[in-house]
Write a protein that binds this ligand. Structure first.
Ligand code: NAP
Length: 279
């Protein structure tokens, strides 16, 4: 037994996890606010996830982020799952409560909206239909968040169409599914266009969408943030659209966890972006 208060520990669980920017981000915030604590990457194989997560609180962990491939499986392990995490079907933030229960939340959607509000201040989800390219895990968080923020209609297309149909049946009649090959028509008249596919990421082919008919009033955003300025965003900017890169979503989705674990709401500002970009 000891009377010394424990230094709070947090981290990110993934497999692999070495690529994660979260340790740099949380480490920067810990230094910036002069807080005691550590945030580390933890590589956990899927078969070990339950055991590891249940052991972490005994080691002084106050919570963790969850990344690929554990975001869905963690819902089965958590004791409390927020409504939005249940609706999305995935969690990215765990809080280890003092009563021993594991609380799971998903902050990807709020991070997505906060990023748009910060970098396109005139934007509102209610401005018009939104087009979502892709129907993977990230798309589910984006669709949930756009609906909650007031988007009147969400048009989705995905290479594998049945995955988009699942989103329609899960999220209701405001969701409309189009063919992947119809993406350039689908975005016509949309106030918001979002790439949630991994196309455009370093090592992947570019996302190719004909933007000839896009209105310059459209706000175009990409969840990919390596590179920061994807070809898709560059082409949208050339059409006069407001563009928002994906790094801000990563930063904003991290803020609620940091606040819960370390007791300080962190600023998501240019200094934070630069700290992550320069690492
Ligand atoms: P995921 O569940 O694996 O989904 C991948 C999506 O990309 C699916 O819609 C998939 O279509 C599509 N895709 C992959 N390769 C394709 C190709 N060659 N042609 C057409 N479509 C293709 O992944 P996720 O978790 O949703 O993540 C998607 C992207 O968002 C990743 O780049 C990830 O890094 C990024 N992300 C960023 C943030 C952030 O904070 N900025 C947060 C979460 C995710 P199929 O269904 O047909 O395979």
């Amino acid at each position: 037994m000891t009377d010394h208060p424990r230094i709070p520990l947090a981290g990110v669980l993934g497999h692999p996890v070495a690529h994660s920017r979260s340790p740099v981000l949380h480490g920067y915030w810990l230094r910036r606010y002069g807080l005691k604590g550590y945030y580390i990457p933890i590589d956990v194989a899927p078969a070990d996830l339950g055991h590891v997560v249940r052991t972490l609180p005994q080691m002084g962990f106050v919570g963790v982020n969850i990344t690929i491939p554990h975001k869905e499986a963690i819902l089965e392990i958590a004791d409390i799952v927020t409504d939005r995490a249940a609706l999305i079907g995935a969690a990215n933030t765990l809080i280890f409560r003092a009563d021993g229960r594991i609380h799971a939340d998903n902050t990807d959607g709020t991070g997505f909206i906060a990023n748009l509000r910060q970098h396109a201040p005139h934007w509102a989800a209610s401005d018009g239909p939104a087009a979502v390219l892709g129907a993977g895990g990230a798309a589910r968080a984006v669709v949930a968040a756009l609906l909650e923020a007031g988007a009147p209609e969400i048009r989705i297309c995905n290479r594998t169409r049945p995955r988009a149909e699942v989103l329609r049946s899960d999220f209701g009649a405001k969701v409309v599914v189009d063919d992947w090959t119809q993406s350039s028509h689908m975005i016509q008249g949309c106030a918001t266009v979002v790439n949630t596919t991994s196309l455009g990421m370093v090592g992947k082919p570019d996302l190719l969408v004909n933007l000839d008919y896009i209105s310059p009033q459209t706000v175009v955003t990409d969840l990919v943030y390596t590179p920061l300025n994807t070809r898709f965003l560059a082409e949208a900017a050339a059409k006069g659209c407001t563009i928002v890169d994906g790094l801000g979503m990563l930063l904003h989705q991290a803020a609620p966890g940091f606040e819960r674990w370390f007791g300080q709401r962190p600023e998501v500002d240019e200094a934070t972006r630069q700290a992550v970009l320069s690492a």
